[in-house]
Design a protein around this ligand. Structure first.
Ligand SMILES: Cc1cc2nc3c(=O)[nH]c(=O)nc-3n(C[C@H](O)[C@H](O)[C@H](O)COP(=O)(O)OP(=O)(O)OC[C@H]3O[C@@H](n4cnc5c(N)ncnc54)[C@H](O)[C@@H]3O)c2cc1C
Ligand code: FES
Length: 270
């Protein structure tokens, strides 16, 4: 069982429109997260909403005072709305790091990230990990970042530190290329040989479904899924999703504990 840590909010900046970056100082006992892992966050003392909210770990560092995690989040409803109002010195309960991380295959020559909107958060930690810990050359990493409008493109500066090519696109053309991120990637797909390329993606379900259709299982492709979560630790079965088993049968896996990262070709889209 994971511990719940009380974290101190040391920053909570409104980056643009309804996107925020929260910095939380945690005790040294908080484990080093692997890319793709998340935390369940709850505001100390708050009874409504009572349940924690899952957020990906966007960045992590360890210092003398403890650990700092950064959470990049979009105000989607009541919980994240209250979070956006937290000031420096507020306290949050943090459970984690949770879930399974993205798998890294050192044999792959090219790494391609495909993020839709706030899906940039876990992929940014992964790009940083590949760059700083695994020492992948930035030239082998290409990041496709898409959103509906320029107001929803966040986290670019950090990505440009890790990846040689960052391709931005928006549905309305207000920033970067005009079009959906899957369509923009599809135009470039032939540049990436399936045997030599690892794809990592995170974004809304229709985006991941479109990616599954266009890649047709030819690439190693891992995706992080989003489901509503209650416990975050595999205890309530509230977050199950259908996954293909090697024998061809269907298994219902818990996104919080068995995921959130899954092989794209195994996800059954309902
Ligand atoms: C593993 C994981 C990692 C996540 N990482 C991030 C992140 O880094 N940054 C970020 O901004 N968001 C992230 N999310 C989504 C985030 O958890 C939800 O936006 C948040 O819980 C909404 O809470 P709320 O109280 O503000 O909204 P609510 O009032 O509970 O809901 C508002 C709307 O959001 C939808 N919603 C709520 N929870 C989810 C969910 N888990 N998945 C999809 N839709 C949901 C609801 O159906 C509703 O339409 C992640 C989700 C998961 C499962
Ligand atoms: S949220 Fe409880 S099992 Fe996943």
């Amino acid at each position: 069982m994971k511990d719940i840590y009380v974290g101190l909010v040391t920053g909570n900046d409104n980056l643009k429109s309804n996107y925020f970056l929260m910095k939380v100082l945690l005790p040294a006992g908080f484990g080093d997260p692997q890319p793709g892992q998340f935390v369940m966050v709850r505001i100390v003392g708050l009874k409504d909403p009572f349940l924690s909210r899952p957020l990906s770990i966007y960045s992590f560092s360890r210092g003398k005072a403890g650990c700092i995690i950064e959470l990049l989040y979009r105000v989607a409803g009541r919980g994240t709305g209250i979070m956006a109002g937290l000031i420096e010195g507020s306290e949050v309960e943090v459970l984690g790091p949770l879930g399974q991380s993205y798998a890294v295959d050192p044999q792959k020559k090219d790494i391609v990230f495909i993020a839709g909107g706030i899906g940039v958060a876990p992929l940014s930690l992964l790009a940083g990990y590949l760059c700083q810990t695994v020492c992948r050359d930035a030239s082998s990493m290409t990041f496709y970042l898409g959103a509906q409008t320029a107001d929803e493109i966040v986290g670019l500066e950090l990505l440009r530190r890790y990846c040689y090519r960052v391709i931005v696109c928006t549905d309305d053309g207000s920033m970067g290329e005009k079009g959906q991120v899957t369509g923009i990637f599809k135009k470039d797909m032939k540049k990436f040989a399936p045997a030599d390329t690892a794809l990592y993606a995170c974004g809304p379900k229709p985006m991941l479904k479109a990616l599954a259709k266009m890649t047709g299982g030819r690439y190693m492709c891992q995706v992080s899924l989003e489901e509503r979560m209650a416990c975050g630790v595999g205890a309530c079965a509230g977050c199950v999703t259908a996954i293909k088993e090697p024998a061809g049968t269907t298994a219902y896996k818990r996104v919080c504990a068995d995921g959130p990262v899954f092989d794209l070709e195994k996800v059954i889209w309902e």
